[in-house]
Design a protein around this ligand. Structure first.
Ligand code: SF4
Length: 512
Protein backbone atom coordinates (compact mmCIF):
# COMPACT_ATOMS: atom_id res chain seq x y z
CA UNK A 1 0.00 0.00 0.00
CA UNK A 2 1.47 3.43 -0.87
CA UNK A 3 2.36 5.67 2.08
CA UNK A 4 -0.24 8.28 1.17
CA UNK A 5 -2.85 5.57 1.19
CA UNK A 6 -1.83 4.49 4.68
CA UNK A 7 -2.14 8.09 5.81
CA UNK A 8 -5.65 8.19 4.40
CA UNK A 9 -6.56 5.00 6.29
CA UNK A 10 -5.33 6.58 9.49
CA UNK A 11 -7.37 9.71 8.78
CA UNK A 12 -10.52 7.63 8.28
CA UNK A 13 -9.97 5.88 11.56
CA UNK A 14 -9.33 9.05 13.51
CA UNK A 15 -12.45 10.68 12.08
CA UNK A 16 -14.50 7.95 13.79
CA UNK A 17 -13.37 9.20 17.15
CA UNK A 18 -14.96 12.54 16.39
CA UNK A 19 -18.38 11.07 15.64
CA UNK A 20 -21.22 11.76 18.02
CA UNK A 21 -21.95 9.07 20.56
CA UNK A 22 -25.12 7.99 18.68
CA UNK A 23 -23.37 7.78 15.38
CA UNK A 24 -20.57 5.82 16.99
CA UNK A 25 -23.10 3.35 18.40
CA UNK A 26 -24.62 2.91 14.95
CA UNK A 27 -21.16 2.50 13.56
CA UNK A 28 -20.15 -0.16 16.00
CA UNK A 29 -23.35 -2.11 15.44
CA UNK A 30 -23.60 -1.89 11.71
CA UNK A 31 -20.20 -1.79 10.17
CA UNK A 32 -16.51 -2.06 10.31
CA UNK A 33 -14.54 0.86 9.04
CA UNK A 34 -12.63 0.22 5.86
CA UNK A 35 -9.18 -1.15 6.43
CA UNK A 36 -8.33 -0.31 2.85
CA UNK A 37 -8.17 3.36 1.97
CA UNK A 38 -9.18 2.47 -1.56
CA UNK A 39 -12.47 1.06 -0.36
CA UNK A 40 -13.62 4.49 0.68
CA UNK A 41 -13.35 5.63 -2.93
CA UNK A 42 -15.56 3.00 -4.49
CA UNK A 43 -17.89 4.83 -6.84
CA UNK A 44 -21.38 5.66 -5.72
CA UNK A 45 -22.59 4.94 -9.25
CA UNK A 46 -21.69 2.49 -11.90
CA UNK A 47 -18.72 3.80 -13.75
CA UNK A 48 -16.53 1.95 -16.20
CA UNK A 49 -12.94 2.46 -17.35
CA UNK A 50 -10.76 5.15 -18.86
CA UNK A 51 -7.99 4.53 -21.39
CA UNK A 52 -5.16 6.67 -22.72
CA UNK A 53 -2.21 6.22 -25.10
CA UNK A 54 0.57 8.37 -26.52
CA UNK A 55 3.23 7.80 -29.18
CA UNK A 56 6.41 9.75 -29.86
CA UNK A 57 6.82 11.81 -26.70
CA UNK A 58 9.97 11.75 -24.54
CA UNK A 59 7.80 11.99 -21.41
CA UNK A 60 5.20 9.45 -22.52
CA UNK A 61 4.56 7.98 -19.04
CA UNK A 62 4.19 11.40 -17.42
CA UNK A 63 1.68 12.56 -20.03
CA UNK A 64 -0.19 9.28 -19.59
CA UNK A 65 -0.29 9.97 -15.85
CA UNK A 66 -1.93 13.34 -16.55
CA UNK A 67 -4.28 11.78 -19.08
CA UNK A 68 -5.39 9.21 -16.51
CA UNK A 69 -5.76 11.96 -13.94
CA UNK A 70 -8.30 13.64 -16.23
CA UNK A 71 -10.09 10.31 -16.73
CA UNK A 72 -10.21 9.37 -13.05
CA UNK A 73 -14.02 9.73 -12.97
CA UNK A 74 -14.25 6.63 -15.24
CA UNK A 75 -12.63 4.27 -12.73
CA UNK A 76 -11.21 4.50 -9.24
CA UNK A 77 -10.26 0.94 -8.36
CA UNK A 78 -6.84 0.68 -9.98
CA UNK A 79 -4.51 2.61 -12.26
CA UNK A 80 -1.65 1.48 -14.48
CA UNK A 81 0.78 2.58 -17.16
CA UNK A 82 2.80 0.47 -19.63
CA UNK A 83 5.66 2.23 -21.39
CA UNK A 84 8.04 1.28 -24.19
CA UNK A 85 11.49 2.68 -24.92
CA UNK A 86 11.65 0.74 -28.18
CA UNK A 87 13.53 -2.17 -26.62
CA UNK A 88 11.34 -3.31 -23.76
CA UNK A 89 7.88 -2.59 -22.42
CA UNK A 90 7.56 -2.24 -18.67
CA UNK A 91 4.58 -1.39 -16.54
CA UNK A 92 3.50 -0.24 -13.13
CA UNK A 93 -0.01 -0.70 -11.78
CA UNK A 94 -1.63 -0.80 -8.40
CA UNK A 95 -4.98 -0.59 -6.68
CA UNK A 96 -6.02 2.98 -5.94
CA UNK A 97 -6.47 6.39 -7.48
CA UNK A 98 -4.04 7.71 -10.07
CA UNK A 99 -2.33 10.09 -7.66
CA UNK A 100 -2.04 7.35 -5.04
CA UNK A 101 -0.54 4.82 -7.45
CA UNK A 102 1.86 7.14 -9.25
CA UNK A 103 4.44 9.31 -7.53
CA UNK A 104 7.66 10.81 -8.86
CA UNK A 105 9.50 7.68 -7.74
CA UNK A 106 7.13 5.27 -9.50
CA UNK A 107 6.98 7.35 -12.69
CA UNK A 108 10.72 7.99 -12.98
CA UNK A 109 11.74 4.46 -14.06
CA UNK A 110 8.95 4.39 -16.68
CA UNK A 111 11.09 5.80 -19.46
CA UNK A 112 10.13 5.66 -23.11
CA UNK A 113 8.41 7.43 -25.96
CA UNK A 114 5.30 5.26 -26.14
CA UNK A 115 2.83 4.55 -23.35
CA UNK A 116 -0.69 3.37 -22.62
CA UNK A 117 -2.66 3.74 -19.40
CA UNK A 118 -5.84 2.60 -17.72
CA UNK A 119 -8.09 3.48 -14.80
CA UNK A 120 -10.42 0.66 -13.83
CA UNK A 121 -13.86 0.15 -12.49
CA UNK A 122 -14.42 -3.60 -12.61
CA UNK A 123 -17.28 -4.87 -14.77
CA UNK A 124 -15.87 -8.34 -15.58
CA UNK A 125 -13.50 -9.81 -12.99
CA UNK A 126 -13.14 -8.77 -9.35
CA UNK A 127 -11.39 -5.66 -8.18
CA UNK A 128 -7.95 -7.22 -7.66
CA UNK A 129 -4.41 -6.29 -8.60
CA UNK A 130 -4.30 -9.34 -10.91
CA UNK A 131 -7.14 -7.73 -12.87
CA UNK A 132 -5.61 -4.26 -13.00
CA UNK A 133 -4.65 -2.99 -16.45
CA UNK A 134 -2.76 -2.51 -18.74
CA UNK A 135 -2.40 -6.25 -19.15
CA UNK A 136 1.15 -7.00 -20.34
CA UNK A 137 2.40 -10.25 -21.88
CA UNK A 138 5.43 -11.44 -23.86
CA UNK A 139 4.96 -13.64 -26.87
CA UNK A 140 7.74 -14.69 -29.22
CA UNK A 141 10.14 -11.79 -29.04
CA UNK A 142 7.49 -9.11 -28.68
CA UNK A 143 5.60 -7.39 -25.86
CA UNK A 144 1.86 -6.77 -25.98
CA UNK A 145 0.17 -4.45 -23.48
CA UNK A 146 -3.57 -3.82 -23.62
CA UNK A 147 -6.10 -1.63 -21.82
CA UNK A 148 -9.84 -1.93 -22.42
CA UNK A 149 -13.05 -0.04 -21.72
CA UNK A 150 -16.28 -2.05 -22.18
CA UNK A 151 -17.48 -5.65 -21.88
CA UNK A 152 -17.16 -8.59 -24.25
CA UNK A 153 -20.57 -10.21 -24.52
CA UNK A 154 -19.25 -13.57 -25.75
CA UNK A 155 -16.39 -13.72 -23.22
CA UNK A 156 -17.53 -16.89 -21.44
CA UNK A 157 -17.77 -18.87 -24.67
CA UNK A 158 -14.42 -17.59 -25.97
CA UNK A 159 -12.59 -18.23 -22.72
CA UNK A 160 -13.86 -21.78 -22.53
CA UNK A 161 -12.86 -22.40 -26.13
CA UNK A 162 -9.39 -20.93 -25.61
CA UNK A 163 -8.85 -22.95 -22.44
CA UNK A 164 -9.95 -26.06 -24.30
CA UNK A 165 -7.11 -25.36 -26.74
CA UNK A 166 -4.58 -25.00 -23.95
CA UNK A 167 -4.64 -21.27 -23.15
CA UNK A 168 -3.58 -20.43 -19.59
CA UNK A 169 -5.28 -17.35 -18.17
CA UNK A 170 -3.62 -15.14 -15.57
CA UNK A 171 -6.66 -13.04 -14.68
CA UNK A 172 -10.45 -13.19 -14.58
CA UNK A 173 -10.92 -10.19 -16.91
CA UNK A 174 -12.47 -10.48 -20.34
CA UNK A 175 -9.66 -8.21 -21.62
CA UNK A 176 -7.15 -11.06 -21.47
CA UNK A 177 -9.10 -12.83 -24.21
CA UNK A 178 -7.85 -10.25 -26.76
CA UNK A 179 -4.20 -11.22 -26.30
CA UNK A 180 -4.90 -14.95 -26.51
CA UNK A 181 -6.85 -14.48 -29.74
CA UNK A 182 -4.09 -12.26 -31.13
CA UNK A 183 -1.30 -14.70 -30.25
CA UNK A 184 -3.06 -17.60 -31.96
CA UNK A 185 -3.03 -15.83 -35.33
CA UNK A 186 0.28 -13.96 -35.23
CA UNK A 187 1.81 -16.34 -37.75
CA UNK A 188 -0.40 -14.53 -40.33
CA UNK A 189 1.17 -11.17 -39.46
CA UNK A 190 0.31 -8.64 -36.73
CA UNK A 191 -2.34 -6.66 -38.60
CA UNK A 192 -4.23 -9.68 -39.84
CA UNK A 193 -4.12 -11.24 -36.37
CA UNK A 194 -5.40 -8.01 -34.85
CA UNK A 195 -8.33 -7.77 -37.25
CA UNK A 196 -9.12 -11.43 -36.69
CA UNK A 197 -9.13 -10.97 -32.90
CA UNK A 198 -11.38 -7.91 -33.11
CA UNK A 199 -13.82 -9.74 -35.36
CA UNK A 200 -13.98 -12.71 -33.00
CA UNK A 201 -14.96 -10.74 -29.91
CA UNK A 202 -18.46 -9.27 -29.58
CA UNK A 203 -19.77 -6.47 -27.45
CA UNK A 204 -18.38 -3.14 -26.34
CA UNK A 205 -14.69 -2.39 -26.57
CA UNK A 206 -12.63 0.71 -26.92
CA UNK A 207 -9.05 -0.48 -26.62
CA UNK A 208 -5.53 0.92 -26.55
CA UNK A 209 -2.61 -1.45 -27.10
CA UNK A 210 1.10 -1.14 -27.50
CA UNK A 211 4.01 -3.24 -28.63
CA UNK A 212 7.68 -2.15 -28.52
CA UNK A 213 7.17 0.31 -31.36
CA UNK A 214 3.45 0.66 -32.07
CA UNK A 215 0.48 2.32 -30.43
CA UNK A 216 -2.86 0.86 -31.44
CA UNK A 217 -6.39 2.18 -30.86
CA UNK A 218 -9.55 0.16 -31.57
CA UNK A 219 -13.25 0.89 -31.33
CA UNK A 220 -15.86 -1.86 -31.73
CA UNK A 221 -18.15 -1.77 -34.80
CA UNK A 222 -21.01 -0.21 -32.79
CA UNK A 223 -18.78 2.39 -31.11
CA UNK A 224 -20.40 1.90 -27.68
CA UNK A 225 -17.61 3.62 -25.76
CA UNK A 226 -15.92 6.85 -26.83
CA UNK A 227 -12.29 7.01 -28.05
CA UNK A 228 -10.70 10.08 -29.57
CA UNK A 229 -7.47 10.97 -31.33
CA UNK A 230 -5.42 14.07 -30.62
CA UNK A 231 -1.98 15.52 -31.15
CA UNK A 232 0.49 17.31 -28.90
CA UNK A 233 3.87 18.60 -30.15
CA UNK A 234 3.77 16.14 -33.04
CA UNK A 235 2.89 13.14 -30.83
CA UNK A 236 -0.35 11.22 -31.37
CA UNK A 237 -2.65 10.74 -28.38
CA UNK A 238 -5.62 8.41 -27.83
CA UNK A 239 -8.06 9.00 -24.98
CA UNK A 240 -11.50 7.94 -23.78
CA UNK A 241 -12.59 11.57 -23.54
CA UNK A 242 -11.41 14.93 -24.81
CA UNK A 243 -10.96 16.25 -21.24
CA UNK A 244 -7.73 14.19 -21.17
CA UNK A 245 -6.51 15.96 -24.33
CA UNK A 246 -7.30 19.35 -22.79
CA UNK A 247 -5.21 18.68 -19.70
CA UNK A 248 -2.06 17.93 -21.70
CA UNK A 249 -2.83 20.73 -24.20
CA UNK A 250 -3.30 18.28 -27.04
CA UNK A 251 -5.36 19.29 -30.05
CA UNK A 252 -8.42 17.15 -30.80
CA UNK A 253 -8.23 15.63 -34.28
CA UNK A 254 -11.21 13.28 -34.52
CA UNK A 255 -12.99 10.33 -32.93
CA UNK A 256 -11.79 6.85 -33.77
CA UNK A 257 -14.61 5.51 -35.94
CA UNK A 258 -16.71 2.50 -34.96
CA UNK A 259 -15.01 -0.57 -36.44
CA UNK A 260 -11.70 1.24 -36.92
CA UNK A 261 -8.19 0.21 -35.86
CA UNK A 262 -5.54 2.95 -35.89
CA UNK A 263 -1.91 1.88 -35.85
CA UNK A 264 0.61 4.57 -34.98
CA UNK A 265 4.35 4.05 -35.40
CA UNK A 266 7.39 5.92 -36.64
CA UNK A 267 5.88 5.99 -40.15
CA UNK A 268 2.81 7.86 -38.92
CA UNK A 269 -0.79 6.69 -38.56
CA UNK A 270 -2.76 4.29 -40.68
CA UNK A 271 -6.23 2.83 -40.33
CA UNK A 272 -7.81 -0.56 -40.85
CA UNK A 273 -11.53 -1.21 -40.80
CA UNK A 274 -13.12 -4.40 -39.59
CA UNK A 275 -16.42 -6.03 -38.69
CA UNK A 276 -19.90 -5.52 -40.08
CA UNK A 277 -20.96 -2.06 -41.27
CA UNK A 278 -23.74 -1.44 -38.76
CA UNK A 279 -25.68 1.49 -37.38
CA UNK A 280 -23.63 2.83 -34.47
CA UNK A 281 -24.91 2.29 -30.93
CA UNK A 282 -23.17 4.96 -28.87
CA UNK A 283 -23.95 4.58 -25.16
CA UNK A 284 -26.42 7.39 -24.46
CA UNK A 285 -25.80 7.01 -20.72
CA UNK A 286 -22.35 8.52 -21.30
CA UNK A 287 -24.17 11.83 -21.86
CA UNK A 288 -26.39 11.44 -18.82
CA UNK A 289 -23.86 10.31 -16.27
CA UNK A 290 -20.47 8.84 -17.22
CA UNK A 291 -18.57 11.37 -19.26
CA UNK A 292 -17.13 14.55 -17.83
CA UNK A 293 -19.21 17.61 -18.70
CA UNK A 294 -16.19 19.37 -20.21
CA UNK A 295 -15.68 16.51 -22.69
CA UNK A 296 -16.98 16.30 -26.23
CA UNK A 297 -18.11 12.79 -27.10
CA UNK A 298 -20.07 11.39 -30.05
CA UNK A 299 -19.79 14.83 -31.67
CA UNK A 300 -21.43 16.76 -28.83
CA UNK A 301 -20.43 18.64 -25.71
CA UNK A 302 -21.60 16.78 -22.61
CA UNK A 303 -22.30 19.92 -20.56
CA UNK A 304 -24.61 21.31 -23.23
CA UNK A 305 -26.44 17.99 -23.68
CA UNK A 306 -27.03 17.78 -19.90
CA UNK A 307 -28.33 21.33 -19.83
CA UNK A 308 -30.72 20.49 -22.66
CA UNK A 309 -31.95 17.49 -20.62
CA UNK A 310 -33.02 20.06 -18.02
CA UNK A 311 -34.67 22.33 -20.59
CA UNK A 312 -36.73 19.43 -21.90
CA UNK A 313 -37.65 18.18 -18.42
CA UNK A 314 -39.01 21.66 -17.62
CA UNK A 315 -41.10 21.55 -20.78
CA UNK A 316 -42.37 18.01 -20.08
CA UNK A 317 -43.04 18.64 -16.36
CA UNK A 318 -44.36 22.15 -15.72
CA UNK A 319 -44.11 22.07 -11.90
CA UNK A 320 -44.27 24.99 -9.53
CA UNK A 321 -42.00 25.11 -6.50
CA UNK A 322 -39.93 27.46 -4.35
CA UNK A 323 -36.59 26.12 -5.48
CA UNK A 324 -34.90 23.57 -7.69
CA UNK A 325 -31.75 21.77 -6.64
CA UNK A 326 -29.46 19.06 -8.02
CA UNK A 327 -29.59 15.89 -6.00
CA UNK A 328 -26.93 16.16 -4.67
CA UNK A 329 -24.65 17.37 -7.45
CA UNK A 330 -24.76 14.72 -10.16
CA UNK A 331 -27.74 16.49 -11.70
CA UNK A 332 -26.03 19.93 -11.67
CA UNK A 333 -26.20 20.71 -15.37
CA UNK A 334 -29.69 19.36 -15.92
CA UNK A 335 -30.80 21.38 -12.87
CA UNK A 336 -29.27 24.51 -14.40
CA UNK A 337 -31.19 23.90 -17.60
CA UNK A 338 -34.41 23.15 -15.72
CA UNK A 339 -34.18 26.31 -13.60
CA UNK A 340 -33.47 28.41 -16.69
CA UNK A 341 -36.65 27.32 -18.47
CA UNK A 342 -38.92 26.87 -15.42
CA UNK A 343 -37.79 30.23 -13.99
CA UNK A 344 -37.48 28.73 -10.51
CA UNK A 345 -34.46 29.69 -8.37
CA UNK A 346 -31.63 27.17 -8.44
CA UNK A 347 -30.14 26.47 -5.00
CA UNK A 348 -27.61 24.04 -3.58
CA UNK A 349 -29.76 22.50 -0.85
CA UNK A 350 -27.24 19.90 0.28
CA UNK A 351 -23.55 20.40 0.81
CA UNK A 352 -21.13 17.61 0.06
CA UNK A 353 -18.27 16.87 2.38
CA UNK A 354 -15.59 16.32 -0.24
CA UNK A 355 -13.16 14.81 2.24
CA UNK A 356 -15.19 11.79 3.25
CA UNK A 357 -14.56 9.82 0.08
CA UNK A 358 -17.07 7.92 -1.94
CA UNK A 359 -19.97 6.02 -0.42
CA UNK A 360 -20.72 2.32 -0.68
CA UNK A 361 -17.65 1.41 1.31
CA UNK A 362 -19.00 -2.04 1.90
CA UNK A 363 -21.95 -3.63 0.13
CA UNK A 364 -24.10 -3.93 3.27
CA UNK A 365 -27.21 -1.77 3.31
CA UNK A 366 -26.49 -0.26 6.71
CA UNK A 367 -23.06 0.87 5.63
CA UNK A 368 -24.39 2.39 2.45
CA UNK A 369 -26.90 4.54 4.29
CA UNK A 370 -24.32 5.73 6.76
CA UNK A 371 -22.10 6.65 3.82
CA UNK A 372 -24.82 8.94 2.47
CA UNK A 373 -25.50 10.56 5.80
CA UNK A 374 -21.90 11.25 6.57
CA UNK A 375 -21.23 12.77 3.18
CA UNK A 376 -24.15 15.12 2.55
CA UNK A 377 -25.54 17.78 4.84
CA UNK A 378 -28.76 19.62 3.97
CA UNK A 379 -28.94 23.41 4.37
CA UNK A 380 -31.82 23.49 6.85
CA UNK A 381 -32.43 27.26 6.61
CA UNK A 382 -32.85 26.99 2.85
CA UNK A 383 -35.17 24.00 2.87
CA UNK A 384 -37.46 24.62 5.83
CA UNK A 385 -41.09 24.88 4.73
CA UNK A 386 -40.14 24.89 1.03
CA UNK A 387 -41.53 23.07 -2.00
CA UNK A 388 -38.45 21.59 -3.61
CA UNK A 389 -37.80 20.10 -7.05
CA UNK A 390 -34.87 17.68 -7.00
CA UNK A 391 -33.03 16.91 -10.22
CA UNK A 392 -31.44 13.45 -10.25
CA UNK A 393 -29.49 11.95 -13.15
CA UNK A 394 -30.79 8.39 -12.69
CA UNK A 395 -32.26 5.97 -10.16
CA UNK A 396 -30.74 2.50 -10.12
CA UNK A 397 -31.55 0.73 -6.84
CA UNK A 398 -33.38 3.64 -5.22
CA UNK A 399 -31.87 2.98 -1.80
CA UNK A 400 -29.49 5.94 -1.87
CA UNK A 401 -32.26 8.32 -2.96
CA UNK A 402 -34.50 7.03 -0.17
CA UNK A 403 -31.93 7.82 2.51
CA UNK A 404 -31.22 11.24 1.07
CA UNK A 405 -34.92 12.06 0.99
CA UNK A 406 -35.27 11.15 4.66
CA UNK A 407 -32.46 13.60 5.39
CA UNK A 408 -34.23 16.37 3.48
CA UNK A 409 -37.51 15.67 5.25
CA UNK A 410 -35.76 15.91 8.59
CA UNK A 411 -34.33 19.24 7.46
CA UNK A 412 -37.92 20.55 7.13
CA UNK A 413 -38.64 20.48 3.37
CA UNK A 414 -42.42 20.76 2.87
CA UNK A 415 -42.74 19.06 -0.54
CA UNK A 416 -40.18 16.99 -2.40
CA UNK A 417 -40.67 16.41 -6.13
CA UNK A 418 -38.05 14.49 -8.06
CA UNK A 419 -37.34 14.68 -11.78
CA UNK A 420 -34.91 12.21 -13.30
CA UNK A 421 -32.96 13.28 -16.38
CA UNK A 422 -33.43 9.96 -18.21
CA UNK A 423 -36.18 7.33 -18.58
CA UNK A 424 -36.48 4.53 -15.98
CA UNK A 425 -33.65 1.96 -16.03
CA UNK A 426 -35.65 -1.24 -16.58
CA UNK A 427 -33.07 -3.45 -18.25
CA UNK A 428 -29.52 -4.47 -17.34
CA UNK A 429 -26.47 -3.32 -19.30
CA UNK A 430 -24.21 -6.06 -20.65
CA UNK A 431 -21.83 -3.57 -22.30
CA UNK A 432 -19.59 -2.56 -19.45
CA UNK A 433 -21.74 -0.78 -16.90
CA UNK A 434 -22.08 -2.26 -13.47
CA UNK A 435 -25.81 -2.96 -13.45
CA UNK A 436 -25.75 -6.25 -15.22
CA UNK A 437 -28.78 -7.91 -13.64
CA UNK A 438 -32.44 -6.89 -13.46
CA UNK A 439 -32.41 -7.45 -9.72
CA UNK A 440 -30.22 -4.36 -9.30
CA UNK A 441 -32.78 -2.10 -10.99
CA UNK A 442 -35.77 -0.91 -9.01
CA UNK A 443 -37.62 0.15 -12.19
CA UNK A 444 -37.37 -3.39 -13.59
CA UNK A 445 -39.93 -4.61 -11.07
CA UNK A 446 -41.69 -1.51 -9.73
CA UNK A 447 -43.98 1.11 -11.24
CA UNK A 448 -43.10 4.80 -11.05
CA UNK A 449 -45.74 5.20 -8.31
CA UNK A 450 -44.18 2.35 -6.31
CA UNK A 451 -40.71 3.87 -6.67
CA UNK A 452 -42.08 7.24 -5.57
CA UNK A 453 -43.55 5.64 -2.45
CA UNK A 454 -40.40 3.65 -1.74
CA UNK A 455 -38.20 6.74 -1.95
CA UNK A 456 -40.73 8.83 -0.02
CA UNK A 457 -41.42 11.58 -2.56
CA UNK A 458 -44.46 13.76 -3.18
CA UNK A 459 -44.03 13.20 -6.91
CA UNK A 460 -41.61 11.48 -9.27
CA UNK A 461 -41.25 11.84 -13.01
CA UNK A 462 -38.70 10.75 -15.57
CA UNK A 463 -37.57 12.34 -18.81
CA UNK A 464 -39.20 10.71 -21.85
CA UNK A 465 -37.18 8.69 -24.34
CA UNK A 466 -37.98 11.21 -27.07
CA UNK A 467 -36.88 14.01 -24.75
CA UNK A 468 -33.58 12.24 -24.14
CA UNK A 469 -32.98 11.83 -27.87
CA UNK A 470 -33.90 15.45 -28.49
CA UNK A 471 -31.33 16.55 -25.92
CA UNK A 472 -28.76 14.37 -27.67
CA UNK A 473 -29.59 16.20 -30.91
CA UNK A 474 -31.48 13.43 -32.69
CA UNK A 475 -34.83 11.66 -33.04
CA UNK A 476 -36.22 8.17 -32.56
CA UNK A 477 -35.92 7.40 -36.29
CA UNK A 478 -32.44 8.84 -36.95
CA UNK A 479 -30.52 8.15 -33.79
CA UNK A 480 -27.27 6.22 -33.49
CA UNK A 481 -27.48 5.39 -29.78
CA UNK A 482 -27.73 2.37 -27.58
CA UNK A 483 -30.64 2.86 -25.19
CA UNK A 484 -31.05 -0.79 -24.23
CA UNK A 485 -31.17 -0.16 -20.48
CA UNK A 486 -34.32 1.92 -21.08
CA UNK A 487 -35.94 -0.01 -23.93
CA UNK A 488 -34.64 -3.59 -23.76
CA UNK A 489 -33.64 -3.36 -27.46
CA UNK A 490 -30.09 -4.68 -27.37
CA UNK A 491 -27.99 -3.81 -30.43
CA UNK A 492 -25.60 -6.74 -29.80
CA UNK A 493 -26.76 -10.13 -28.54
CA UNK A 494 -25.29 -11.07 -25.23
CA UNK A 495 -24.61 -14.19 -23.32
CA UNK A 496 -26.51 -14.11 -20.02
CA UNK A 497 -23.71 -16.16 -18.47
CA UNK A 498 -21.35 -13.19 -18.66
CA UNK A 499 -21.40 -11.23 -15.42
CA UNK A 500 -18.94 -9.40 -13.24
CA UNK A 501 -17.82 -12.52 -11.38
CA UNK A 502 -18.60 -15.17 -14.01
CA UNK A 503 -15.01 -16.40 -14.41
CA UNK A 504 -14.37 -16.54 -10.66
CA UNK A 505 -17.66 -18.41 -10.17
CA UNK A 506 -16.75 -20.91 -12.86
CA UNK A 507 -13.32 -21.41 -11.32
CA UNK A 508 -14.73 -22.03 -7.86
CA UNK A 509 -17.67 -24.15 -9.00
CA UNK A 510 -15.18 -26.71 -10.31
CA UNK A 511 -14.01 -27.17 -6.71
CA UNK A 512 -17.34 -26.96 -4.94
S1 SF4 B 1 -27.45 -0.51 -22.10
FE1 SF4 B 1 -27.51 1.63 -21.34
S2 SF4 B 1 -25.63 1.90 -20.14
FE2 SF4 B 1 -25.39 0.04 -21.42
S3 SF4 B 1 -24.37 0.72 -23.28
FE3 SF4 B 1 -26.56 0.78 -23.70
S4 SF4 B 1 -27.19 2.87 -23.11
FE4 SF4 B 1 -25.17 2.53 -22.24
Amino acid sequence: MPKSARRRAAANESSTAECTEDAAKVLSKTMTLPTSPFASYLPSRREECGIFGIFGHPDAAKLTFFGLYALQHRGQESAGIAVSDGVRVQEYKHMGLVWEVFREETLKPLTGHLAIGHVRYSTTGSSLLANAQPFLVHHGNEYYAIAHNGNLTNAAHLRRKLEHHGAIFQSTMDTEIFVHLLARKLRNGFEEALVDAMETVHGAYSVVMCTRDKLIGVRDPYGFRPLCLGRVNGSYVLASETCALDLIEAEYIRDIEPGEIVIIDQNGLHSLHFGPKVRPAYCIFEFIYFARPDSNIFGQNVYLVRKRLGHIMARENPLTADLVMPFPDSGNYAALGFAEVAKIPLEMGVIRNHYVGRTFIQPSQAMREFGVRVKLNPVRELLQGKRVILIEDSIIRGTTSRTRIQTLRRAGAKELHMLVSCPPHRFPCPYGIDFSTKGELIAASHSVAEIRNFIGLDSLDYLSLDGLLEAAGTTSTDHQFCMACFTGNYPVKFDEEVSKHCFEKELHSKHA
